[in-house]
Write a new protein. Structure first.
Length: 357
């Protein structure tokens, strides 16, 4: 069977009103589950009258190109989201973000609240992109609870500083890492005003030698919520897109909705959603929804954002993460682990398709 990227390439041959459906952003999700290929499209309302014809075309093209019989196509209308405008000063908009020299693309990973596994997603996404041959660095911007050091096994390693007062990232699993865990003592409380965030972020973004060669991706692990860290980053750096992490509980929806709206207000594109801790498969092959069910789907429908992947739980992988070993480098020993690898493959391919370096 072809890979997800191959299906995206095939879908580019289908056009609506002169634009291919992938480049136009109409393909919200493509995935394979239990042998069936699922394609989810989100199209403008004015094209919904052609939904049946579009569905038939998608099925026909995929069947002819990849010899697939079992295809499910879901089409829904795109919601028109107009983010509120930010207050401007006499000199213009308060935002003046810039490209970081030597970095092609900046991807953020955010969440509405803590404890959803946001840092785990950021770490494994960064390592997965590096495994695919891209030059990647990770900025652990979670000042309040930096956990990237633990997840990558570099806790206690300090960031080096050159004679020219430039920062040098710590290396781990093929990526460069700048983390507040390498700058602060473990027991030091952080009580900062917004201006302090701004200055420290500016130093780390623009005074770090991220790579000897040009970097393809910088992944930012944001703190949970909608505070000064996100605002300071968006004011200074052009962020090409953000992936928002949630959990299946419906109670988490309000927090994630606020995070999505905050990024939109800051004019940062929200690329899609990742539902973490979605379920665990028991020894009989049953899916157990330990933390509830359906939260990611509700958010996806409400915000017209693709639900890129559902990541299951696996006790062995969680233990390995605590020992500083990312999930994507681990061997696959059971169905949960296979699905975890498949989920991160899907997330990485989604980023490469939406925000190519």
């Amino acid at each position: 069977m072809a890979g997800i990227k191959d299906y995206y390439e095939t879908l580019k041959s289908i056009e609506i009103n002169g634009k291919d459906i992938v480049s136009a952003g109409y393909v919200s999700q493509v995935y394979v589950e239990e042998g069936k290929l699922h394609v989810k499209l989100t199209i403008p309302q004015e094209f919904m009258k052609h939904a049946i014809a579009i569905e038939n075309t998608v099925k026909r093209v995929l069947k002819e190109r990849h010899n697939i019989e079992d295809i499910n196509v879901e089409i829904k209308p795109r919601m028109q989201i107009t983010p509120p405008k930010l207050q401007t000063s006499t000199s213009g908009n308060i935002f003046d973000p810039k490209r970081i020299p030597g970095i092609r693309r900046v991807i953020g990973v955010g969440s509405g609240k803590g404890g959803v596994g946001k840092s785990t997603v950021a770490v494994n996404l960064a390592v997965k992109l590096a495994q695919k041959g891209y030059k990647v660095a990770l900025f652990d911007a979670d000042i309040y609870g930096p956990s990237v050091g633990t997840l990558l096994g570099i806790k206690g390693q300090k960031i080096r500083v050159t004679k020219e007062r430039k920062f040098l990232p710590v290396e781990a699993y093929g990526i460069g890492v700048i983390s507040f865990a390498s700058l602060l003592d473990e027991d030091t409380p952080v009580i900062w005003r917004g201006t302090m965030f701004h200055k420290v972020y500016q130093d780390l973004f623009f005074n770090t030698i991220w790579s000897e060669d040009e970097l393809d991706y910088l992944v930012i692990d944001f703190p949970p919520g909608t505070g000064d860290a996100q605002l300071s980053a968006a004011q200074q750096v052009i962020i090409d897109g953000v992936v928002v992490v949630t959990t299946p509980q419906k109670v988490a929806i309000d927090d994630v909705r606020r995070a999505i709206n905050a990024f939109l207000k800051m004019e940062v594109p929200v690329l899609g959603l990742v539902e973490n801790m979605s379920y665990i498969i028991d020894t009989c092959g049953n899916k157990l929804h330990v933390f509830g069910k359906g939260g990611g789907d509700i958010l996806s429908r409400e915000a017209s954002l693709p639900l890129v992947a559902r990541i299951p739980l696996d006790p062995e992988y969680l233990e390995a993460s605590d020992e500083g070993k990312p999930m994507v480098i681990q061997e696959v020993k059971n169905e949960n682990q296979r699905l975890i690898h498949e989920a991160y493959e899907r997330i990485a391919d989604f980023i490469l398709d939406r925000v190519s370096p």
